[in-house]
Design a protein around this ligand. Sequence first.
Ligand SMILES: Cc1ncc(C[n+]2csc(CCOP(=O)(O)OP(=O)(O)O)c2C)c(N)n1
Ligand code: SF4
Length: 350
Amino acid sequence: MNAETKAISPNGPTELKLTKKDFESDQEVRWCPGCGDYAILAQTQRTLPDLNIPKEKYVFVSGIGCSSRFPYYMDTYGFHTIHGRAPAIATGIKITNPDLSVWVITGDGDALSIGGNHFIHLLRRNVDINVILFNNRIYGLTKGQYSPTSEFGKVTKSTPFGSVDHPFNPVSVALGASATFVARTTDRDPAHLQKIIKRASAHKGTALIEVLQNCNIFNDGTWFKYTDKNSKAENVVYLEHGKPLVFGAEQDKGIRLNGFRPEAVSLTNGKYSEKDLLVHDEKDTDATYAFILSHMMDNPNLPIPVGVFRAIDKVCYEDAMAQQIEASKEKFGKPDLQALLEAGDTWDVE
Ligand SMILES: Cc1ncc(C[n+]2csc(CCOP(=O)(O)OP(=O)(O)O)c2C)c(N)n1
Ligand code: SF4
């Protein structure tokens, strides 16, 4: 902890002067050289100083997987927990310490397979926690088995004849769980990654960031089309609130709705102009529009949306819980645990 961090008033400082170095731990980073996880770690460490939150207020909680080694590398509080259970532990931390900035670090296997239940209920409850989901469409740590986001037909060590599972789409899953903040970014776009981390931190409620991440050992190039500089512009549409969905290297294409179906149209053949395009509305409280966007990923003829799909306001679990406790205290007085334990009937099991 540096001098500035120590001198913080409980009401929060105006200028902490933290740097990336303040968030780097002394642990040797043990990811494979070239892994996309490095970029996500570096951009997180680079962004946190800008959030102006005291260092001792950060907690990074992870499950199990390569990505879940993340808390070791952050010089903050952290917890490497059990497979898929980071949301439960992070929820406990947040509701008992609402002033902390709590982050869940998870992988596609960790969050969507063994942790699927915990993940959807965190989003549904809207606890004020930020989730960074590293999606490399593979189990990295256990050496390349297919994951819940692997493509149908994917050949892996555990699916030598191709996967016969239909994949989960993390953004659609999150929207289905009524998440209040849902975003997607990539490990190869540092500026965008930083922007999305800042947006998630500013959001009050559960914020999900899906990061398309490369596992260069077991699933190299899985997102290449969306991250390589030569193909990205034609295959990615950046979402910006209030702006039309325009894409293409020449910004010459857009997305319009044909009934409920999104379609890619040319802006140069005279048939359509920007006024025919969808205008992004991240504040739409009806999830239908965000769902339409999330399913664009399943259509090979459409670019994938990257950015903030949805950012809406809804009461947080911990705030509703605190209000309820206060109201109960007012009504029934200060609780007495001993009296409570002795209050009811007891019985013997014969
Ligand atoms: C209860 C339990 N079941 C299975 C495992 C084995 N295991 C460890 S990591 C992992 C998958 C991790 O995949 P993902 O979340 O995609 O993370 P990545 O390693 O790709 O970052 C599995 C199945 C375990 N550690 N604990
Ligand atoms: S196995 Fe894949 S995800 Fe795990 S550290 Fe290596 S490159 Fe990264």
